[in-house]
Each structure stands twice: as structure tokens, then as C-alpha cells.
Design a protein around this ligand. Structure first.
Ligand SMILES: [Zn+2]
Length: 374
């Protein structure tokens, strides 16, 4: 079942009509899902930030998540803090700025983020607590934000009206366009994904739907997933993730970082390599996640007449990283066929362990691995 929720605006109406057209056509082709449309005006009690619910995912465009990640990246950009393989440029810094009192509220908020937030990682405990607290506001921009980093509540509260007046309309529209772009495909193929990842990773789907906040900014990787509660943030910027089927792959990939679903494979990998007497390569599990989501989506692309589509990990050159380059041939040879063909993960992992015993050098490379949550 798919539920699209708009806000009763003409733009949202168009979005719903287009999206339902896609979903309906695909659903009929695939014979997988029915579609149910919910008029948001009649869905009393639904938080307004919910844009789309499918069977397994809930996509939101939430002003608090947007504001927090925006200020975070703005401050980091000002300070020249970069992490990961791509720099996050905040173009809004050089565009139209708020004026009057709003200008001071905004610069105060940016200053606070520069001083107290920018150097933190999204996975630092206060950052996770803050994000969880912001989720609890239900997308209501008039609610009082939490103060998990002392002083941040006042800055966020003062910055929100400025944000709404200056940038939110554009950010929200981009978020909704991104959700429109991926939503119908997610609805059509999510059951296939959940079956595949459960079979190979050994875990179970989260209770209910995985919440995905689509926002103008996220982290350097364009998306990350935290647990407690399981929650994904994906940016709506027009990069690889916004092209073709890569957004679908990203949504599937991120869900594999949710602990109940993805963690059992970590133990299975450790057991297999210990039994084989082969050193377990760091971050193999993350490469397996890339390979799994990549292959599921590559098959979808091929079935839709796009055999040239390659998985994100190849498209973005991540298989060339020193830590992953020696692993990728073995993953392709032994893991990818299991994604396609069925069966459990153990024989494939045993074959990978043997392949690595026989030759691959795994020295170095920790520097440019992608952490197993991005
Ligand atoms: Zn990842």
C-alpha cells in the first residue's frame, strides 16, 4: 500500500497525481502493490512533514531536520571543515540573505553552530539526542526545540522563522521532488529488497516503517542512518543520488544500516573468517551492503531496458579505494550471484575468505574506507 500525502496545495496536488500515475502503472506491471491515496486534509493527526508512506518506509520533509542539518553544514563550510570524500558547499551562504532582525538571529545561530556544533560528528551522542528530540516535534515549526547541546534550543527557535521566510520553501520543494522521484519505485520494489536483505543479512525489518528525512543537507556522503530510533537522513541535492535509480539504491542501502536488519551479518562475517583462519577485512560488511543494494537495483534497471546501469559503488569509484579494491573482485564473483540467485550468505562468505587467503593484499586503506553507517 502506498499513501501519498500532500498539503492541499496545487503543487502537492500535481505531485500526487504524477506519483500515483507512476505507481499505478508499475504496480500493474509488477503485480506487487496496491495504491491508496490519502488526502492530507482528511488524515487528521498525521504530522504534516510526512510526504509519502509505503509499506516499509515513511518519507518526511521536516523543517527541523532541514534547519539543523543546514546550520551544521553552513557552519562547517564557513570553518572549512571537510570530512569524507566530497566537500559540502553551502551555496546559500552566497545567495540572498535575511535582513533586519532576522539577519542577526541567523548569524547568531550560525555562530552557535560554528562554536558548539560544527566540529561534532552526527554520531556523537548529543547530536543523536538532539536529532531524536527534533524528530519528536512532529514537523511543527512553532514547537520548542530540545536543548541537548546547551543553548541550542534558543538559537534554533530564533532561527526557524528566518529559515521559513528565506530558504524553506525552496528546500521543501526540492525534498518533495526527490521523494516524488524515488517514491513510486520504492513502493514497487521494496518487498523484493526486504526479502533479499533479510535473507542475506539475517535480520528483521524495523517495527513499522523506517523514517527517512529528505533534507537540503545531510552529511558529506549525502545520507546516513542512525539507530535508537532507526532514522535515515538523505539530502535532496541534485547529485548522483538524484539521478536515475541511484536514489532508490540509496534508500535501500541506508536501510541496511539499521541494526535489527543489518547487524546479524557482522557476526556471520566474523564467524566465517574466524573459522577459515583468515583475517577479516575491515568494513567488508559495508561493501557487501553496497553490493547487495547495487545488484538488486541493477537487476531492476536491466529489466527496464537499461543494461548500462552500474551500482553506485562502481559509478562513484568506491571500489577503487585501497581498502576495498582487493575485496571487490571476490565480492563480485562470490556474493553478487547469491544476491541474484537465492540461498544464504555463508557459502559466499567462505568463498570470499578463501579468495583472500589465496592472494589479495589487504594492507592499508583504512583511511579511505567509508564508515559502515553512511
Ligand atoms: Zn552505507
Amino acid at each position: 500500500m502506498t499513501r501519498f500525502m500532500g498539503r492541499g496545495t496545487p503543487v502537492a496536488g500535481v505531485l500526487i497525481a504524477i506519483a500515483v500515475g507512476w505507481t499505478g502503472a508499475r504496480a500493474a506491471d509488477e503485480g506487487i502493490e496496491g495504491v491508496e491515496i490519502v488526502d492530507h486534509a482528511r488524515a487528521a493527526g498525521e504530522p504534516p512533514a510526512v510526504v509519502l508512506e509505503t509499506r516499509h518506509f515513511a518519507f518526511h520533509s521536516d523543517p527541523w531536520q532541514n534547519l539543523h542539518h543546514f546550520l551544521y553544514q553552513w557552519a562547517r563550510d564557513e570553518l572549512g571543515i571537510a570530512s569524507g570524500r566530497q566537500e559540502v558547499v553551502v551555496a546559500e551562504r552566497h545567495g540572498p540573505q535575511p535582513t533586519g532582525e532576522g539577519a542577526r538571529d541567523w548569524s547568531d545561530a550560525v555562530a552557535f553552530y560554528r562554536e558548539h556544533v560544527a566540529s561534532r560528528d552526527h554520531f556523537d551522542l548529543p547530536m543523536l539526542e538532539l536529532k531524536a528530540g527534533l524528530l519528536g516535534l512532529g514537523g511543527d515549526p512553532t514547537a520548542d526545540p530540545p536543548d541537548d547541546i546547551a543553548g541550542i534550543a534558543a538559537r534554533l527557535g530564533a532561527a526557524m522563522p528566518v529559515y521559513l521566510a528565506t530558504w524553506w520553501t525552496g528546500h521543501d520543494a526540492a525534498n518533495r521532488a526527490w521523494i516524488e522521484h524515488v517514491g513510486a519505485d520504492v513502493s514497487t520494489y521494496e518487498s523484493r529488497w526486504v526479502a533479499t536483505v533479510s535473507r542475506l543479512f539475517g535480520g528483521e525489518w524495523v517495527e513499522g516503517r523506517l523514517r527517512i528525512d529528505v533534507a537540503a543537507y545531510a552529511n558529506w556522503a549525502g545520507g546516513y542512518t542512525s539507530n535508537e530510533p532507526p532514522h535515515t537522513v538523505i539530502w535532496s541535492r541534485d547529485d548522483t543520488n538524484g539521478r536515475g535509480l541511484y536514489g532508490l539504491e540509496l534508500v535501500f542501502h541506508e536501510s541496511g544500516h539499521v541494526t535489527p536488519l543489518g547487524a546479524p551479518l557482522r557476526r556471520t562475517v566474523a564467524d566465517v573468517f574466524r573459522s577459515a583462519g583468515v583475517d577479516e577485512p575491515g568494513n567488508l560488511r559495508h561493501l557487501l551492503l553496497f553490493a547487495t543494494a547495487g545488484e538488486v537495483v541493477r537487476e531492476i534497471a536491466a529489466a527496464r531496458g537499461r543494461p548500462e546501469h552500474v551500482p553506485y559503488v562502481v559509478e562513484e569509484g568506491l571500489t577503487g579505494f585501497a581498502g576495498w579494491a582487493p575485496l571487490w573482485p571476490a565480492v563480485q564473483e562470490h556474493w553478487v550471484p547469491v544476491v541474484r540467485g537465492g540461498g544464504g550468505p555463508v557459502p559466499a562468505l567462505e568463498a570470499i575468505a578463501e579468495a583472500l587467503r589465496e592472494g589479495a593484499s589487504l594492507g592499508g586503506g583504512s583511511r579511505d574506507r567509508i564508515r559502515d553507517r553512511e
